[in-house]
Write a protein that binds this ligand. Structure first.
Ligand code: PLP
Length: 361
């Protein structure tokens, strides 16, 4: 007979916790984890394959521990005069965030974010033995500079997460909120820009705030706009001293030679990799307009997904969509559901399925 967690000498602070568990169901239309549902363009895939093949010939050796080439390409992609000494990368931005928490949170410390926000923040925080503290947002899920600064000043966290734009709500975060939060804390301020490529092109990134803010970190990922979720590549920009801190906690050779080769090759084709972004944004806006016409309440989104409210029974609607072959996400906000913008066809399948469902109102 197999043991249960209760039978094991597991850390007391992990008892009763629930792992990350977005369903991975093999449905024809999967719009539940904010992936880019467009595959990597074939011409880029060929180049990536060539790069991986070359790296494979030397895979008997440990990879470049400092992933120098990749950091240089990431710095170039980020622009704003950033150099590789200001860039770090890991296996997905989840691991980037974990490195930050290992270095700056840990036992006896705390991390803070404005709920509802990305569900991995509390899990990663507690994983390092730190305490998670949740702040609040307005009814429309925005947070003002004044309120954000006051809440952070009161909580006195060691790490603040600002998800910009926010998952699961899609809400943009103006730069004045980031400036106010930075001024209100002595802790590390992480701006998670996982979805920033889906924001309006003229909207400034938090990267512009990095000069003279050594405790500010801007985290990014290749999982979303770059259509590279399966390759697991996330990165950040920060003061070189922050990068030095992360070297203390990372595993040696944490980025495999194959990952480094694939990501570097993909970055050389950034415009092609990103070419579906405008189409995804168009599908997102189509979702907002159509769910609104169907009587639901979509929230403003600068991401590749839409949160919509006025859903009388989210579990019932989720199941009815599932039964029609469409997987979306019940993020646990009462009367709300979240859907990722897919290809035009997938988006149409979702909208048609939703229109065919009696909402039960
Ligand atoms: C806000 C946010 N940050 C980070 C991530 C993690 O992305 P990855 O680990 O694939 O880079 C996600 C994924 O959904 C996200 O929504």
């Amino acid at each position: 007979m197999s043991a249960t967690l209760d039978d094991l000498p597991i850390r007391d602070d992990l008892r009763g916790q629930v792992p990350y568990g977005a369903p991975q169901a093999p449905l024809p239309v999967a719009l539940n984890v904010n992936e880019n549902t467009h595959p990597v363009p074939p011409e880029v895939a060929d180049d990536i394959l060539d790069a991986v093949a070359i790296a494979l010939r030397e895979v008997n050796r440990y990879p470049d521990r400092e992933f120098t080439d990749l950091r240089e390409h990431l710095a170039d992609y980020l622009g704003h005069g950033l150099v590789r000494e200001q860039v770090w990368a890991a296996n997905g931005s989840n691991e980037v965030l974990q490195h930050l928490l290992q270095a700056f949170a840990g036992p006896g410390r705390s991390a803070f974010g404005f709920a509802p926000t990305y569900s991995m923040y509390p899990l990663l925080t507690r994983g390092t033995g730190a305490e998670w503290r949740a702040g609040t947002r307005a009814h429309d899920f925005t947070v003002s500079a004044e309120s954000a600064a006051a809440q952070v000043a009161e909580a006195e966290p060691d790490v603040v997460f600002l998800c910009a734009p926010n998952n699961p709500t899609g809400t943009p975060l103006p730069l004045d909120v980031i400036e106010a939060v930075y001024a209100a804390t002595r802790g590390i301020v992480i701006v998670d820009e996982a979805y920033v490529e889906f924001a309006p092109h003229e909207a400034p990134s938090a990267v512009t705030l990095l000069p003279d803010r050594p405790r500010l970190v801007v985290s990014r990922t290749m999982s979303k706009a770059f259509a590279f979720a399966g390759a697991r590549v996330g990165y950040l920009a920060a003061d070189p001293a922050v990068i030095d801190a992360l070297r203390l906690v990372r595993l040696p050779y944490h980025l495999s030679a194959l990952t480094q080769a694939a990501a570097t090759a993909a970055l050389q084709h950034a415009p092609t990799m990103l070419r579906m972004v405008d189409d995804i944004v168009a599908q997102r806006d189509r979702i907002s307009a159509t769910v609104s016409a169907l009587g639901y309440q979509p929230y403003a989104s600068w991401t590749n997904f839409v949160l919509f409210g006025d859903v009388p029974d989210p579990a019932r609607t989720w199941q009815a969509l599932y039964d029609r072959g469409v997987l979306i996400r019940d993020v646990g906000i009462p009367h709300h559901l979240r859907v990722t913008a897919g290809t035009e066809q997938e988006t149409t399948a979702f909208l048609d399925a939703l229109a065919s469902i009696d909402s039960g109102a």
